[in-house]
Structure formats: C-alpha cells, structure tokens
Design a protein. Structure first.
Length: 85
C-alpha cells in the first residue's frame, strides 16, 4: 500500500508543480495584458483563452481534491495486489 501511495505521489508531485508553473505563467501574461490600455482582437482572444485555461485548472484541482470517482477507481487499482500469472 505504501508503494502504491509513493507511485501516486510520483505522478502527482510533478503534475502539481507543472500546474503551479502554468498558473504563474498565465497570471504573468494577464498582468502584462492589464497594463496595456488598448487591446487588439488577437490579444483579447488570448486573454479569453487564458481565462478559460485557468478555469480548467481550477476544475482539475477541485476534482483531485474531492477524489472524484475515476480517481477512486484509479486508487483502488493501485491498492489491489497483482496476482502472479
């Protein structure tokens, strides 16, 4: 069981770090966008895409926190001992 937890952490830690970096990058781009007074349609569209991505990340983190049903299935597979063939 401890090995399953370690395997889970081997995946989650880098994934969370990646999401954290992506959030920081999106926020930095949003700060630059906010400092400009005039925006082209391309800049506005990029801002909308960034806002959408931040919402996707928020939803993903919420699902991870709430241990969504698919995560439970995944966790149960890790905890179930493998039988020799």
């Amino acid at each position: 069981m401890i090995q399953a937890y370690a395997g889970c952490m081997d995946y989650l830690s880098p994934h969370l770090a990646s999401l954290r970096q992506e959030i920081a990058d999106l926020r930095n781009m949003n700060v630059l966008y906010a400092h400009e007074s005039v925006h082209s349609s391309v800049e506005q569209a990029a801002s909308d895409v960034r806002a959408g991505r931040l919402l996707q990340i928020k939803e993903e983190l919420s699902k991870m926190r709430d241990c969504a049903p698919e995560a439970r299935v995944w966790w149960d597979k890790l905890r179930t001992p493998k039988h020799a063939a």
